[in-house]
Write a protein that binds this ligand. Structure first.
Ligand code: M6R
Length: 610
């Protein structure tokens, strides 16, 4: 989604801003822009639709300079993809603004500002920020005061950075609903919507909190909370690796991230589990005491993270004997729900910034959940800061918009949580031992599974010219079928639906013909015979099937059914193992179709608006 970078320095900041934007490209965007202030008071703006490189070329051509600057990648919400709608937005060549989020009352604000004589040059909500701040500056306020007054009139979400041409020594930033992080340098300071943007210039960060307004100069950072009180916020040393942005020789980030899964899952397990089970405090200080009281689990997430939650429900109820509901965050936050006694609220998120998930967590606190745990990949993110307990998945930076390694580490985290909650709820010794042993075998099994790539490449050829597809699974493989369908949709733009295969005869069988490939995930578990009956139902109607099956599952392939052998694994980790071939299938289909694998159309990596 939109990205922000800003800098206040002695040196020319153009390269810092452009490099920052390039590092945010993975989040998804459709246009980009930069505004620069020079000490002589010159304010320059360059904007382009398309890629950041086009902006960089235009900046180089114009030899733009500036020691204070703001830059933005825009993912259109209000107004089409045009240069006029790209940020930064100006008010009368004095105020420049970049903004992530949505000003929901912009229509009213716009009407009021027009009455005051302001002319609008874009269709965006953001332009109202520029003019509102300008109006406050006109009253003689310094920029900080002007922004503090202006934000009181905004409803909605914003992470915004504002420059005043008449004071090139500072930028003022405000956060409500959209994340912002200050980067601390030596004699220079920075602002961004994501720490990834600033890694080449600093590793010291302050994550702003809801309602914060901050003034950033070269030598100083002053932060004020939502009530206007000066506050100190913790400085965090980032441990994200510098080279996280490299493709490491792979053609796409997504392929690199698929192949990283054995390593990142190994990291996720490291020091957390040994041959006897979990080591203490894996889920954070005080988790053991909270887990003793938990009687119900409510999981909230979006997209791929939701699929991790769906899988976890099977595990928590089957092995840990604890009741569990799972819900999409955007539904949960807008409906009245009943809170079970002693309920643990679990949010799952790669980014830790998904607007709906964050809103659901805040709502859950009001509703009286006993405690909250987040399973998250980004240290310092909003979900981590606002949850009682946090479990970091250690997947490393995930750049491909289509989530892969974040998902499998989430699943590993949930198996560990199953052990932790199961301990308090009468999990059998046999199940406990089986999960511990399965987790120990997991990294090696993932490596073995990645080795079947060749066969999947061939299969992708047969797929690429199809318009629709159906994914089938049963039990804990049903969410994996859903995740496989989501991956295919996201990056190959082929319509894909997932069904619990027992549901076939209740409707979807009507779709079956030889133009509708059916993908089946078939580990050798207690539901195998039921699944085989479902496969026969498809075969009898002329369906073409691709069955990812355990070697021992004894599927006999023929011209209507291709069988792809998946290494045998223990039942508890089968959902994680069967995820990999489906990720590879969607990747190779996308390659053949020539889509933008890492930045699929219309999608964003971190969905910070609802
Ligand atoms: O950062 P989150 O895990 O909270 O993001 C949730 C979804 O937006 C995300 O999983 C999305 O569905 C991905 N594009 C999936 O590949």
């Amino acid at each position: 989604m939109c990205g922000i970078v800003g800098a206040v320095a002695e040196r020319n900041v153009v390269e810092i801003l452009l490099e920052g934007l390039k590092r945010l490209e993975y989040r998804g965007y459709d246009s980009a822009g930069v505004a620069l202030l020079q000490n002589d008071g010159t304010l320059t703006r360059i904007r382009r639709t398309g890629k950041v490189q086009e902006l960089a070329d235009a900046v180089a051509e114009g030899a733009a300079l500036g020691s204070t600057g703001i830059a933005h990648t825009r993912w259109a919400t209000h107004g089409g993809v045009t240069e006029a709608n790209a940020h930064p937005h100006f008010s009368t060549e004095r105020v420049a603004v970049v903004h992530n989020g949505i000003i929901e009352n912009y229509v009213n604000l716009k009407a009021q500002l027009k009455e005051k004589g302001y002319t609008f040059t874009s269709d965006t909500d953001t332009e109202t920020i520029a003019h509102t701040v300008h109006e406050e500056l006109k009253a003689g306020k310094p920029l900080l005061d002007a922004v503090q007054s202006a934000v009181k009139t905004f409803h909605g979400a914003y992470g915004t950075v504002i420059m005043d041409k008449e004071d090139p020594s500072r930028v003022v930033v405000a956060r409500s609903g959209s994340p912002l992080v200050i980067g601390l340098g030596l004699g220079e300071n920075f602002i961004a919507s994501d720490q990834m943007a600033l890694l080449p210039v600093t590793r010291r960060f302050i994550f702003l909190e809801e309602g914060d307004v901050a003034e950033i100069t070269r030598r100083d950072v002053k932060i004020f909370d939502k009530d206007g009180n000066a506050v100190e916020r913790e400085i965090i040393e980032s441990n994200i690796e510098h080279d996280a942005g490299d493709k490491a020789g792979y053609r796409h980030y997504m392929l690199k991230e698929i192949h990283e899964q054995p390593t990142v899952v190994r990291n996720a397990l490291k020091d957390r589990i040994d041959e006897n089970g979990l080591t203490v405090d894996v889920f954070g200080q005080g988790a053991d005491e909270i887990f003793k009281k938990v009687q119900h689990v409510q999981i909230i997430a979006c997209g791929t993270s939701y699929h991790a939650g769906m899988t976890a429900r099977y595990w928590l109820e089957q092995y840990a004997n604890i009741s569990c509901n799972v819900e999409i965050a955007s539904e949960f936050r807008y409906r009245k729900s009943v809170v079970h006694p002693n309920s643990l609220l679990i949010t799952i998120s790669q980014s830790g910034e998904t607007a709906d998930t964050l809103a659901a967590l805040r709502l859950a606190k009001e509703l009286g959940y006993m405690s909250s745990l987040t399973i998250c990949n980004v240290q310092g993110s909003s979900l981590v800061r606002e949850s009682d307990l946090a479990f970091m998945t250690r997947a490393g930076a995930e750049i491909g918009v289509a989530s892969t390694k974040a998902f499998t580490t989430q699943l590993a985290a949930f198996l560990m949580l199953t052990l932790a909650l199961g301990k308090e709820n009468g999990m059998t010794e046999t199940d406990s031992k089986a999960i511990i042993s399965a987790l120990h075998s997991l990294p090696a099994k993932l490596e073995e599974t990645l080795a079947i790539t060749g066969g999947i490449e061939d299969l992708a050829e047969e797929f690429a010219d199809k318009n629709h597809s159906l994914f089938l699974g049963r039990g804990d493989q049903y969410p994996i079928a859903m995740e496989g369908a989501l991956k295919l949709k996201e990056i190959s733009y082929i319509h894909a639906e997932a069904y619990a295969s027992g549901e076939l005869k209740h409707g979807p069988l009507a779709l079956i013909d030889d133009e509708m490939p059916v993908i089946v995930v078939a580990p050798n578990n207690e539901l195998l015979e039921k699944l085989k009956s479902n496969v026969e139902e498809v075969r009898a109607r002329g369906g073409i099937m691709y069955v990812f099956a355990d070697k021992d599952a004894a599927f006999a392939g023929d011209e209507t059914m291709r069988v792809i052998d998946v290494p045998h694994c223990e039942a508890a980790i089968a959902p994680i193992i069967y995820t990999l071939p489906l990720q590879l299938l969607s990747y190779y289909v996308a390659l053949i179709k020539g889509t933008d694998v890492d930045q699929p159309r219309n999608l964003a990596k971190s969905v910070t608006v609802e």
